[in-house]
Write a protein that binds this ligand. Structure first.
Ligand SMILES: [Zn+2]
Length: 338
């Protein structure tokens, strides 16, 4: 015990296994204060003379072999020159909680892997004990959180439940630096106010030091990010850009289709089935697909609009249909330059 769980100023003087009907029921560890060391005040933790003795208390500790483990100790009250008569400091516990600090950390860690109910059942404690342990662990983590060096954050919304009511959304802020990825903030809703709260929680120093902010295209977020993290590079996430690009291509195709049908049926026919060819990434197109794309870029688009043909001519490496060069290979860069 002294190797695993040493407590300065205290000794484990008796460890006993209690059984009922031949079955191990609990292990009790009796703790005693070291005779030669002064007690400490639980408020300021400075040494203080003893005042009187309280009743014995028990704390639930981490189970061994599936058997409950309890600490037993009879605390004293001390007379602190500053705080007056207060209960002494015991290093395995904080305040009046019936669990040792080690047990609270143990439950909080398991609560990351199991549901709180499962953790409570597995270690034979109440659901509330698990809940309180998690709350204490989170509060400790937030109080000791180091926010120096946060350069990149991601802002996103999480949807739960049915419908698009504001209460069905959460706004989350993550640190997304290469060396550290972690959750920094969770707030209710997805309004400007929520994100403002999130940035406020990070503090002005962190927000002003940001170099990259990644978000989707949700307008309230865009507004707050522009106002508060203006100097940072704002990266819009790929999923939403792809979605908007798809919508834009569809919109143009529909408009062109209507216009062409009015002019000539054959030209409209040519536009059909071009959607995937247009949306395919240039660098991934191979063989026939690539030929189709370049034919489309060179001929169909140029037929649709004389100005596209002019633009295509002005690009140095123009498609074969406009400026024939047999065996010419096209990379993705041409796709982007168009
Ligand atoms: Zn004190």
């Amino acid at each position: 015990m002294n190797q695993i769980q040493p407590h300065a100023g205290f000794v484990f003087h008796d460890i006993r296994l209690w059984s009922r009907c031949g079955q191990p029921e609990r292990i009790e560890i009796s703790v005693r204060a070291h005779a030669g060391m002064a007690r400490r005040c639980s408020r300021c933790q400075r040494p203080a003379p003893g005042y009187d003795t309280l009743e014995e208390r028990r704390w639930r500790h981490i189970p061994l072999w599936g058997i409950e483990v309890w600490f037993r100790y009879t605390p004293q009250r001390v007379e602190c020159p500053e705080q007056g008569v207060v209960v002494e400091h015991v290093p395995w516990s904080e305040g009046k909680r019936p669990l040792t600090t080690a047990m609270r950390g143990f439950l909080a860690r398991w609560a990351r892997r199991l549901s709180w109910r499962e953790a409570a059942e597995a270690f034979q404690v109440s659901w509330e004990a698990v809940y309180r342990s998690v709350a204490w662990f989170v509060a400790w983590g937030l109080a000791h959180r180091e926010l120096k060096g946060v350069e990149a954050i991601g802002v996103d919304e999480i949807h739960g439940g049915h419908g698009l009511r504001a209460s069905n959304f959460l706004t989350v802020v993550y640190q997304i630096d290469r060396y550290c990825r972690r959750l920094l903030f969770v707030g209710k809703g997805r309004s400007r106010r929520t994100l403002r709260q999130g940035l406020k929680a990070l503090g002005p120093e962190v927000v002003q030091g940001l170099r990259f902010v990644c978000s989707d295209l949700w307008r309230p977020y865009l507004g707050v990010i522009a106002a508060q993290a203006g100097p940072a590079l704002h990266v819009l996430d790929r999923f939403h850009i792809t979605m908007h690009l798809n919508q834009a291509v569809d919109q143009v195709r529909r408009a062109e289709s209507v216009r062409l049908r009015a002019a000539s049926k054959a030209a409209a026919q040519q536009l059909k089935h071009t959607r995937w060819t247009l949306l395919r990434r240039g660098s991934r197109g191979r063989g026939r697909r690539k030929a189709e794309f370049h034919q489309l870029r060179g001929s169909s688009l140029a037929q649709l609009s004389p100005s596209v043909r002019r633009i295509a001519r002005s690009i140095p490496d123009t498609p074969a249909a406009v400026n024939p060069r047999p065996g010419f290979a096209y990379g993705s860069s041409q796709f982007h330059s168009l």
